[in-house]
Design a protein around this ligand. Structure first.
Ligand SMILES: *[C@@H]1O[C@H](CO)[C@@H](O)[C@H](O)[C@H]1NC(C)=O
Ligand SMILES: *[C@@H]1O[C@H](CO)[C@@H](O)[C@H](O)[C@H]1NC(C)=O
Ligand SMILES: *[C@@H]1O[C@H](CO)[C@@H](O)[C@H](O)[C@H]1NC(C)=O
Length: 361
């Protein structure tokens, strides 16, 4: 008798979520179209991000008190095709100590990719948590957050996180990049304090954060007029580059975020006004720590004559020492460190000048 009653109330309890599930769609109208993020991916990600947050907080406790930990740059490659410029990057990393950097690749698993082998830095760099990505969709935010989380867990020495794509090339040697990020007191022209200070104690993220953009309002309302409220008022909404160099503190803040993600993962009514990957990171950092960011990017991109949201893509005959010099020139720092986009066929002319021009500072 007792067990029967128990079973009855237990099954009633079990029914509750099912009833809610059936009724809920009528109470809360569904989003404009199906979310592109499968719920199983979302669950995997939340567990990865929780592990990264937990690992990072224990590690920062352990390492506090250590006056000069070794500092590494985590190079995070986001790709949905072959890594066309792997040979250029292998030259870039060649001869550098593994105590100064790590490499991680998020490759869309639905695409067949030739993985560089034979001693390439990319050989064992493909992360296992990678999932399907689609252009101009929140899947690119998820992929970037997976890279950040994986690098946070993998190595407590990862201090700067540089997000790059398969169309990116370096514009300087590794030494130059490392020195610019960790040691130089003059590299960042926007640094309010330019006095040499030896070992830097305060690092900022290099991420473009723009508020004056003619299409900003259209992008803001792309999911519906009031959808972003109350968490993200229009005054806080920003645009910037999908490719950035972020500090560890900000990487942690980014993988811990759930509030903004809940909004940015919603599908847009119009794909051509969406580009969540260009809005999520600048908006998040602008809201959480504007003083901790430079507001500009270290990845040169040419938006002149943009077509369908794609920047200008350089072709083999345009590759020259002069182009590299021109791409380095920045109004905000001593130099740009990376550039995009180049067609895959640029590999040959780029390899021809990699040692004599690109890696020569
Ligand atoms: C690795 O090197 C071997 C011998 O040089 C070559 O046959 C093979 O194709 C290379 N594999 C890759 C993935 O480059
Ligand atoms: C940017 O792209 C335009 C073509 O849209 C080209 O004419 C121009 O030379 C490029 N600028 C640089 C700095 O390469
Ligand atoms: C630097 O600023 C000048 C003047 O505003 C502008 O014409 C130029 O395009 C800028 N260069 C870059 C690389 O953004």
């Amino acid at each position: 008798m007792f067990s029967n009653r128990f079973v009855l109330s237990f099954s009633l309890l079990l029914c509750l979520p099912i009833v809610f599930f059936l009724v809920a769609p009528r109470v809360f109208p569904p989003p404009p179209s199906d979310s592109l993020i499968p719920i199983s991916d979302e669950i995997d990600d939340q567990s990865l991000f929780r592990r990264a947050a937990a690992a990072s907080s224990t590690l920062s406790r352990l390492s506090s008190g250590n006056p000069k930990p070794n500092l590494k740059i985590a190079f995070l490659f986001l790709t949905n095709s072959d890594l066309h410029f792997a040979p250029i990057w292998d030259r870039f990393f060649s001869g550098q100590s593994r105590s100064l950097f790590n490499v991680y690749v998020h490759a869309d698993p639905s695409v067949i990719i030739n993985r560089p082998g034979n001693g390439s830095v990319f050989e064992n760099a493909f992360i296992s948590s990678a999932k399907r990505t689609a252009r101009a969709s929140p899947t690119l935010i998820s992929a970037t957050r997976r890279l950040l989380a994986t690098a946070l867990i993998d190595d407590p020495a990862n201090s700067y996180f540089a997000v790059l794509s398969q169309y990116c090339i370096p514009l300087h040697s590794f030494r130059y990049v490392y020195h610019s990020l960790f040691e130089s007191s003059t590299f960042d022209k926007s640094d309010p304090d330019q006095t040499p200070k030896g070992i830097r104690v305060w690092y900022r993220s290099f991420i473009e954060i723009i508020s004056e953009e003619p299409r900003l309002w259209k992008r803001y309302i792309a999911r519906g007029r009031y959808v972003m409220m109350p968490e993200i008022p229009f005054e806080k909404f920003r645009v910037g580059s999908q490719f950035f160099v972020m500090t560890r503190r900000h990487a942690l803040l980014t993988i811990k975020d759930r509030t903004l993600w809940r909004k940015f993962k919603l599908p847009c009514y119009r794909a051509d006004e969406c580009y969540p990957e260009e809005h999520y990171f600048p908006t998040l950092l602008n809201m959480k720590d504007p003083g901790g960011t430079t507001g500009y990017t270290l990845t040169r991109v040419n938006w002149t004559g943009t077509v369908k949201g794609h920047p200008y893509t350089y072709k083999p005959k345009e590759v020259s020492p002069e182009l590299i010099q021109q791409l380095r020139r920045s109004n905000h720092s001593s130099s740009y460190l990376f550039a995009r986009k180049f067609t895959p066929s640029c590999l040959k002319p780029l390899l021809a000048i990699v040692d004599s021009v690109i890696l020569r500072d």
